[in-house]
Design a protein around this ligand. Structure first.
Ligand SMILES: Cc1ncc(COP(=O)(O)O)c(C=O)c1O
Length: 476
């Protein structure tokens, strides 16, 4: 562990606090006690003054904290992010792509990736994901698909994959990294949900371990750091680091929060020590939890097992699948919430419980206790919504997402949008994968599918009118 004992940024902030200085610098709270729940943190909420380094030109404590993170996460270089993985995705795309550059990208990506294409003026070439037959959730892209698209688009500047998905379904990235290495293009990975990957047996290996060029991790999602604190890991020569630094300076605040950065220093140190032990313990608890839920013999409720179309299922993501028409995902979520158990999300069929190394046995006991109250005799019904055909994700692309923003748009009724080129995204949430993106032409099959989802109570993001009565299209 050695150097990993150190928490250089936390130390530097503490040292400054101990000095009892007169603060004639920002922020305006001046580190004073005030009558609110945050004020005990004010003394540590500091800024770029001597001894506290500068995120955009790190030379001291921040550089050291990032170096220790790089060492632990197996990167050559790590950048702290204070705007979540969102900023990491934007920056790596801006670094890889100039205007009109092609980039191969898995279609089921977070909206921040699409926003990255808009900012960079890049032209995404979408790769259709496989659909897990058990859950109907989009997972990874077949290796063969990446291979053939690399041949078809030899000028593509990068391959961008999102791994794992929200539900922890993930691919072994090693062959993808090898393929990209041979083609001489960087493999950029949005690993927002995988900050804990690769740390103990029983967890999938991480993108860095697999040889990816970059990995963006929402440290805050799976490890104990503050919300919005994330990391961008980099290795190899395939991405221009100077461009990456410049992009980070463009998308990140010039007053990055020291609380967020310190929380990354603490999360890294935790993972290097107790974190591994805690992870092993949670994995054991999860094995037990799965058995206990199975023993309840609720015919319409199952814990999702690993499917055949992807390589790993993150044990820290427990997806509960309900096959009851009456007690569907949203009802199950509300049932749990009434008992003080708050899941991450629900969709028609699923409720997702997100664990972390800090999850305790007594919390899992509460889940089992509440399930034991469920009615075992509910009727099992087949779902009315047909599975989304993979091809629905791949549409005729008329303009790149960035070009659309420079064109005039108009608002029309959604039902009349077949054949029109969209000036916004329609993203059913969950799982948050755009059914149509900026610059793509709408078709009747997608309209029908969206109407079905809406009738089932699915919410939509990305559009100006979330009720989807009207949509924004490019003026003809
Ligand atoms: C796959 C994926 N990438 C990126 C993000 C953005 O991460 P953040 O919230 O840390 O900005 C999310 C957020 O949920 C996500 O699910």
């Amino acid at each position: 562990v050695g150097d990993q004992d150190r928490i250089p940024l936390v130390q530097a902030i503490n040292d400054y606090k101990q000095k009892n200085t007169a603060r004639f610098h920002v922020p305006g709270h001046k580190g004073k006690e005030m009558d609110n729940f945050l004020s005990s943190l004010y003394p540590f909420d500091v800024t770029e003054i001597p001894g506290l380094d500068d995120l955009h030109h790190p030379e001291e404590a921040i550089l050291e904290a990032q170096r220790l993170a790089a060492e632990l996460f197996g990167a050559e270089e790590t950048f702290f992010l204070v705007g979540g993985s969102t900023t990491g995705n934007l920056a790596m795309i801006l670094a890889a792509c100039k205007p009109s550059d092609e980039i191969l990208v898995q279609r089921n990506v977070h909206k921040s990736v699409i926003h990255g294409f808009i900012l960079a003026g890049a032209k995404p070439i979408y790769l259709a994901p496989m659909i897990d037959p058990v859950t109907s959730l989009p997972v990874g892209v077949p290796l063969q698909e990446v291979k053939s698209k690399l041949q078809q688009y030899p000028r593509a500047k990068a391959v961008l994959l999102s791994n794992p998905n929200y539900y922890g379904m993930s691919m072994e990235l090693l062959p993808y990294a090898q393929l990209c290495q041979e083609a001489g293009v960087p493999l950029l990975v949005d690993e927002a949900h995988g900050a804990h990957f690769g740390f103990v047996d029983g967890l999938p290996s991480s993108a860095m371990q697999a040889g990816a060029t970059t990995a963006v991790q929402s440290t805050h999602k799976m490890l104990p750091s503050l919300t919005m604190s994330s990391m961008l890991h980099v290795q190899g020569e395939l991405l221009d680091r100077a461009r990456l630094r410049q992009a980070l300076a463009m998308v990140q605040s010039s007053s990055p929060s020291y609380l967020l950065m310190a929380s990354l220093d603490l999360a890294r140190s935790y993972l290097a020590h107790e974190g591994r032990r805690d992870l092993e313990h949670v994995l054991e608890m999860v094995r037990d939890l799965r058995k206990r839920i199975a023993c309840l013999h609720i015919p319409w409720l199952k814990v999702v097992q690993k499917g055949s179309d992807y390589d790993f299922l993150d044990p820290l993501k427990i997806t509960l699948r309900t096959n009851s028409a009456d007690f569907h995902g949203f009802v199950l979520k509300e049932f749990l919430e009434r008992q003080g158990i708050f899941p991450e999300l629900a969709d028609q069929h699923h409720v997702l419980l997100v664990l972390s190394p800090l999850t305790e046995q007594k919390e899992l006991d509460r889940v089992v206790a509440s399930f034991s109250k469920l009615d075992r005799s509910l009727e099992i019904k087949a779902d009315q919504i047909r599975d989304i055909p993979s091809k629905l994700f791949i549409k005729e692309q008329f303009f790149s997402p960035g070009e659309v923003l420079n064109r005039e748009s108009e608002t029309i009724p959604f039902e009349e949008s077949a054949g029109r080129v969209f000036a916004e995204m329609l993203i059913p949430y969950p799982p948050g994968v755009p059914l149509i993106c900026h610059g793509e032409r709408m078709d009747q099959e997608t309209i029908d599918y969206i109407c079905q989802l809406q009738a089932k109570g699915c919410h939509f993001q990305g559009s100006h009118d979330t009720s989807l009565r009207t949509v924004k299209v490019v003026k003809e």
